[in-house]
Design a protein around this ligand. Structure first.
Ligand code: ATP
Ligand code: MG
Length: 386
């Protein structure tokens, strides 16, 4: 019995990227090697616009499952590699198709190697009859149960019948870095994952308000980030002491405006840290209308503290859609662990859903938040999650 010995990695969106393509492929190559580092007997090679994973006898399922998390991969084909010899191609094709279930088939040939003496049509015309003679399969060119694909390349011929979809998006690292606001909730880890899928690397900023918030929140964040390590192997987490700022806000602001001011301070801090850490954008798990601080009017007033773009990948998603992704990336169970967030502790009974900038600026003029911000930025604790 012959087996699938390679996985062929296909890029999808990358193919359209012209001259950046080379760099994209080398980043993806690195990411794939990293994702497979727990399988030391597996090797990876790159040729033109394909990457091949050499199974070297390894079981395929765990490797495929790992590769399905790597962003920038459009599809994965399980392939058998043989020499560029039509007799071998015929016998291998027959062997492979016999292992498949179905009643109908179609042969599809691509010839990248122009030195091969037969063109794709001729190859099809010799392979298909061998299958017809030696199996009960019938040809169906429109809707075959089994699509037998043969790709003749310089280094050998690849034969395959199974292609599964990959994560899509861009390879992590091609799109720069975002300073991501990570709370312990459901939305922000999902937003982080969506950014990673677009090739964006993240650093995280978290606002902690001890003793109102507990150390357990940090463990929770670490657990969440360890789940995200599947998509980004190293994540830097900045923990910003937020207690003094929060207390100052509550001492000087009417209750209904506290959340608005608090979020403006968060954005100021995130923007300043983003600049320091060379992140051209910040990001959050905000979703339009979800809570008082996420109405459009609130977002407008809060966002005015900075000109740095804020990416909100969950902005238009329903909570149920967000939860579905959280379940897929396995962060949901961690996110719903009970915890005290700095937002939940001071949550006013009736937060403003349409705050006014004039009022906000008046309340902010009542205390020296600048020096509190500088103090907080000087006392950041950094953790690396890998
Ligand atoms: P999540 O949105 O992660 O489920 P949440 O809904 O409790 O948590 P919100 O109060 O809706 O959070 O805040 C919206 C966004 O603001 C969060 O998604 C997160 O990006 C950011 N944020 C809120 N609290 C914090 C915090 N303590 N530290 C860092 N970022 C925070
Ligand atoms: Mg939320």
């Amino acid at each position: 019995m012959i087996t699938y010995d390679h996985i062929m990695v296909r890029f999808g969106e990358l193919s359209t990227k012209g001259k950046n393509k080379k760099e994209f492929i080398s980043i993806l190559f690195f990411n794939i090697k990293h994702a497979l580092k727990e399988f030391p007997d597996i090797s990876v090679s790159s040729r033109y616009d394909h990457i091949y994973v050499h199974l070297n006898g390894h079981e395929v399922e765990p490797v495929l499952s790992r590769l399905q998390d790597v962003s920038g991969i459009q599809a994965l084909s399980l392939v058998h590699k043989c020499e560029n010899n039509i007799e071998v191609i015929k016998s291998s094709s027959l062997e492979l198709i016999k292992q498949e279930e179905g009643k109908t088939f179609k042969v599809k040939v691509k010839r990248g190697n122009k030195r091969f003496p037969m063109d794709s049509d001729q190859i099809t015309r010799v392979v298909a009859p061998v299958i017809l003679r030696n199996t009960d399969l019938k040809v169906d060119v429109h809707n075959p149960d089994i699509l037998l694909q043969i790709e003749v390349r310089d280094e050998g011929t690849y034969i395959f019948t199974k292609t599964i979809s990959g994560a899509g998006g861009y390879p992590l690292g091609v799109a720069g870095k975002s300073m991501h606001m990570l709370s312990g909730g459901i939305d922000s880890p999902v937003a982080a994952y969506l950014l990673m899928k677009r090739g964006v690397t993240i650093e995280c900023i978290h606002f902690a308000s001890p003793p109102y918030t507990q150390e357990a929140v940090i463990y929770k964040l670490e657990d969440l980030l360890r789940k995200l390590n599947r998509y980004q192997p190293w994540i830097r987490l900045h923990i910003v002491p937020f207690t003094k700022i929060q207390e100052a806000i509550y001492d000087h602001t009417p209750e209904s405006y506290c959340i608005t001011l608090m979020r403006r301070m968060m954005f100021r801090l995130a923007a300043r840290l983003a600049k320091r850490r060379n992140c051209p954008v910040i990001s959050s798990g905000e979703s339009v209308g979800q809570v008082a601080s996420q109405t459009l009017q609130s977002m407008n007033v809060i966002n005015q503290v900075t000109s740095i773009p804020v990416i909100r990948p969950c902005a238009t998603m329903d909570k149920l859609e967000i939860i579905k992704i959280a379940e897929k990336i396995d962060t949901y169970e961690i996110s719903i662990r009970p915890y005290e967030d700095c937002c939940t502790i001071f949550t006013p009974k009736a937060p403003k859903t349409s705050p006014h900038l004039d009022d906000v600026e008046l309340y902010e003029s009542k205390f020296d938040y600048e020096s509190l911000i500088n103090e907080a930025l000087g006392n950041i604790e950094v953790k690396f999650i890998e």
